[in-house]
Ligand binder design. Structure first.
Ligand code: GBH
Length: 590
């Protein structure tokens, strides 16, 4: 790309050298014109602010530095999946019963549960996200994102400073990945598009090469009979937008996001009918404030930043939704919410109040505006109205009803309770670590009940995740009863980080992922049960198609239903993948 964009920068020079980590970005008044930063040594720290024209290469060089390059860096054609790769584990290998079967031992008693079924229209598949699987960090015009900076520059942000530079190299290996999931019988693949591939600066010039790339990913899915489900934003914010106006902290992002959505919807709208705008706003808004010193700084108090982000997200999502429905009237458009089922730790009034606050500041922050009238839950509003502007009546109308389904990344559950000091005392102290939610969580029963985990723990690198599938039917009822989504509930991510999987060296051991298999087995039963009780569950997406960059955990926690040998990039199906597929083989109407 030869185009340049202007960036307003404050450069801070430390004595002796231009340490790339040491500059800060500010928003002071700036002289215009191009000023080339000059790194001559001075005895004092000085700073100046300027506007300079900056190329995508400049962005990489200044803010990220060199990236690793994969050996394979052109698109690879698929080869047939060997039939030996598609042999499921022996039936009783796990000691588990087939779903809903009355006995796992006597074959004549194998009988599916007559009350359970998935309708033909139920959609299901596996999921991924661009930065976690693609690699090809700088290739074909991709602009840097905040995650390139976090992984490359912020020491210790990820385990062993691991990056997504190469990851699973899916940018070049997608044909094989799609062929494999088709071969095992997966009808849908949910992936995200990297905003900074389409718009290297997040705004401005469009990169046709990236559009052509994703077009081929989509066409390849269709060719293999796999429905493409596309997410526009899975946390990989174009760096330029962060450094120009603070990214999601500014409502300026709304126009840029909607323009990005317009380009992608227009290009792919005839081929893709299920779209997620944003993935898990609680999580990416929760990453604000970003680490100091690497990005444009903000004067917004730290605890308020996630809510400024949230305001922008609700506006950006709902406007993109309205545009999407105009361009693609038959599409299903939604955002992906996230959070665990909140179980009151005790039956005290304080704990049930804490549970409500946890729903409000977790799912409700996004779901109440979207499904219940356009505004925040009262407890949230009570806090945010002290610093955020109100939505206008027109904005509330735009936000209300802006999701066709309730899409939830519903991995786990947690016990929820009032803070030890009480909710009122927590609310009175804005520096309390639990403020402003003022609810505590734990994964253990109280000591009086033995202190047991509510279910088996995932890898210690994912302490937030326990297998809590017993609670899934209630969770699904809760979502339907609370937010009453017209188009039903979809579990758009669920999965399990098999404990210590990264330590295993024998492929057979890795593939025999007992706990993850049990997780999928029991989770699918829980969904079938909830459906038989009247919950309108419409789809599921298992996380993940392959082991990938687990954000701060790097490659040390594995969520893949396929193992990836990161040296050879070879993939292998794990037992859990077969178990997930089997739920549909047994229960989906033909
Ligand atoms: C999903 O989030 C993501 O969409 C996906 O990218 C990711 O790979 C997958 O989960 C597996 O983790 O470490 O205690 O601060 C799931 C919801 C919310 C779970 C944030 C981890 C951090 C908890 N995530 N949470 S903690």
């Amino acid at each position: 790309m030869t185009t340049q964009c202007s960036l307003l920068v404050s450069l801070l020079f430390a004595a002796g050298a231009l340490a790339q980590e040491s500059y800060t970005l500010g928003n002071g008044a700036a002289p215009s014109g191009t000023v080339v930063p000059n790194a001559t040594s001075t005895s004092n720290v000085t700073s100046f602010t300027t506007t300079m024209d900056i190329t995508v290469d400049d962005l990489w060089n200044l803010y990220v530095g060199p990236v690793e390059i994969a050996e394979v860096n052109t698109t690879v054609e698929a080869t047939p999946v060997p039939s030996a790769d598609l042999i499921p584990p022996p039936p009783h290998f796990y000691g588990s019963q087939y779903m809903g079967y009355e006995s796992s031992y006597e074959s004549e008693l194998y009988k599916a549960n007559a009350n359970w079924s998935f309708p033909k229209t139920f959609w299901w598949g596996v999921a991924s996200a661009a930065y976690q699987v693609e690699g090809a960090a700088k290739d074909e015009g991709r602009g840097p994102t905040i995650w390139d900076v976090l992984t490359h520059r912020v020491t210790g942000y990820t385990v062993a400073n691991q990056t997504g530079d190469i990851a699973d190299n899916q940018y070049y290996l997608y044909k094989q990945d799609i062929a494999r999931i088709a071969a095992i019988g997966t009808p849908a693949y949910s992936f995200s598009i990297a905003w900074s591939r389409i718009f290297p600066y997040g705004r401005g010039p469009v990169n046709e090469q990236a559009l052509a790339h994703y077009e081929d990913v989509i066409d390849t899915c269709i060719e293999y009979g796999v429905e493409p489900i596309v997410t526009l934003y899975h946390w990989d914010l174009p760096l330029y937008l962060q450094n120009t106006y603070g990214g999601w902290l500014s409502e300026e992002i709304v126009d840029d996001f909607v323009e990005y959505a317009r380009v992608v919807f227009t290009r792919f709208g005839s081929k893709v009918s299920k779209w997620a705008t944003v993935n898990e706003p609680s999580v990416f808004c929760g990453t604000y404030p970003l680490p100091a010193g690497y990005f444009k700084s903000s004067s917004i108090p730290a605890k308020q930043q996630p809510f400024y982000c949230g305001q922008s997200v609700l506006l950006a999502h709902s406007r993109a939704y309205r545009l999407g429905k105009q361009l693609m009237p038959n599409s299903t458009i939604f955002f992906k919410n996230n959070g665990g089922y909140k179980i009151p730790l005790t039956n005290s009034t304080a704990d049930s109040m804490a549970v409500q606050r946890a729903w409000d500041f977790g799912e409700g922050l996004w779901a109440n505006p979207t499904f219940l009238g356009g505004d925040y839950p009262a407890s949230v509003k009570n806090y945010t109205s002290t610093f955020l502007r109100d939505f206008t009546a027109a904005e509330m109308r735009m936000i209300d009803g802006s999701s066709d389904i309730f899409a939830h990344d519903a991995y786990t559950s947690q016990f929820t309770s009032a803070p030890d000091i009480g909710i009122a005392a927590c609310l009175a102290n804005s520096s309390d670590p639990l403020f402003p939610t003022c609810a505590n969580t734990t994964y253990q029963y109280p000591a009086s009940l033995g202190g047991w985990d509510l279910g088996p723990a995932a890898d210690p690198g994912s302490p937030w995740l326990h297998k809590a599938t017993d609670w899934v039917p209630r969770f699904l009822h809760y979502m339907q009863d609370t937010w009453k989504p017209a188009g039903g509930v979809a579990v758009t991510e669920f999965g399990f980080g098999e404990p210590f999987e990264q330590l295993k060296t024998i492929l057979g051991d890795i593939r025999s992922d007992y706990r993850r298999t049990m997780y999928y087995h029991d989770y699918m039963e829980a969904i079938l049960q909830a459906m038989s009780e009247g919950v309108n569950v419409v789809g599921t997406l298992g996380w993940s198609i392959v082991d990938n960059l687990e954000w701060a955990q790097g490659y040390t926690v594995k969520f893949g239903m396929q193992y990836v040998n990161l040296t050879t990039q070879e993939r292998s199906f794990k037992a859990s993948y077969f178990e997930y597929v089997r739920a549909f083989q047994v229960y989906q109407e033909k």
